[in-house]
Write a protein that binds this ligand. Structure first.
Ligand code: ATP
Length: 224
């Protein structure tokens, strides 16, 4: 089986000259289809930097990083956008568009996929919003939803196009423990059903049990 994410000898630094700061040192990590990997570690250890590199949100400086078989190093901006469109992103702050309903927000993701016919949009959106437990709020605007419901819309948006990779950065940080648990259970269930790989960054020890593998980061290095 080919890994969804293949990271080898990856290094990353910020700044230049005397201000150069090395943030990731010789990272090696493979994530396979259907696998849920949780990345933990102290604040500032480099977790978000690694996640954003894997998501094609930053340029690879040195080493190799392959997503779905595609090397991201030296990739063009256009190609990087194509790779990003195949990834489902879930952030701590859901980043929903206030001017769009739950359906409108989910539809934004579908629009990135020309292979999905527009006549399927509504049905797909309704199905995924039902799967995350908010079938009754399809036409509701975010401001009328609770924090947990908004995060469910964000999860629906990330998963509606059935991505092979989901990247989640602190998805439960702004939620109470019951809602946080519900949210990760949904991510886990849908990941297993769709066979997609999930990489989740968290400080939340209460959700570590959903992981197939827990990876620790410290001072820019993965602890084995
Ligand atoms: N754009 C940037 N420019 C300069 N330094 C940065 C930048 N982004 C992150 N850093 C630095 O890189 C290091 C790693 O940051 P990163 O956000 O990846 O850590 P983290 O493990 O995700 O932390 P947290 O758990 O607090 O989110 C930190 O020292 C941070 O200050």
């Amino acid at each position: 089986m080919k890994p969804t994410v293949a990271v080898s000898n990856l290094n990353h630094s910020f700044g230049k000259g005397k201000l150069l700061k090395s943030v990731l040192n010789d990272i090696n990590l493979d994530i396979y289809p259907g696998e849920i990997v949780i990345l933990t570690g102290p604040s500032g250890s480099g977790k978000t930097t690694l996640l954003s590199l894997i998501g094609g949100l930053r340029s690879v400086q040195s080493g190799s990083l392959k997503i779905l078989g595609r090397e991201l190093r030296d990739i063009s901006k256009k190609q990087a956008t194509k790779v990003r469109n195949q990834i489902g992103f879930i952030f701590q702050h859901h980043n929903l568009l206030k001017c769009l309903t739950a359906y409108g927000n989910v539809r934004m993701s579908l629009k990135l996929h020309p292979e999905i016919p527009t006549w399927e949009y509504r049905q797909r959106a309704e199905n995924i919003l039902r799967a995350v437990g908010i079938a009754d709020f399809v036409d509701t605007y975010p401001e009328k939803l609770s924090g947990g419901q908004q995060q469910r819309v964000a999860i629906a948006r990330a998963l509606v196009a059935q991505p092979k990779l989901v990247l989640a950065d602190e998805p439960t940080a702004s939620l109470d423990s019951k809602t946080g648990r519900d949210v990760v259970n949904i991510i886990q269930k849908l990941a297993k059903e769709e066979g997609c790989s999930v990489m989740l960054v968290t400080h939340d020890n209460r959700i570590l049990d959903i992981a197939d593998r827990i990876v620790q980061m410290e001072d820019g290095c993965l602890k084995l």
